[in-house]
Design a protein around this ligand. Structure first.
Ligand SMILES: [Zn+2]
Ligand SMILES: [Zn+2]
Length: 121
């Protein structure tokens, strides 16, 4: 028997949900995307696994990983809110805060402009 099986990944746009962005503190909304690995037979996806959820801030465009449970909830309930402890920042477009003086340092600045501490290596 000849079997055509394939693996791939699929991105699904789940739309915006309410929630505060842990990177900028804004509450303009978080855009949720679901990424899953798929197995297809004869080019028809038959199973998906390893689903991961991501949130993109509507204000600063930073990217956060979303807790799996929270992702499932966001997928089921369109009006659900996402709380800050369900998010982990993957890409912070606001720069990091200096641990010594608290100033924001952006990825193009290797050293803190306030105290000179090295932030990015
Ligand atoms: Zn943000
Ligand atoms: Zn500093």
């Amino acid at each position: 028997m000849f079997l055509v099986a394939g693996m791939g990944s699929r991105m699904k746009d789940l739309g915006a949900r309410g929630g505060r962005c842990p990177a900028c503190g804004g509450s303009k909304g978080l855009h949720i995307t679901k990424e899953s690995q798929t197995v297809s037979l004869f080019f028809i996806p038959v199973a998906s696994f390893n689903s991961r959820y991501y949130a993109t801030c509507g204000a600063c465009a930073s990217v956060m990983g979303l807790d799996k449970e929270a992702g499932r909830r966001a997928e089921r309930i369109p009006g659900s809110e996402i709380s800050a402890d369900e998010l982990s920042v993957i890409r912070n477009l606001n720069g990091e805060r200096c641990q010594d003086c608290g100033r924001r340092v952006y990825p193009d600045q290797q050293f803190c402009p306030g105290c000179g501490r090295r932030i990015y290596t």
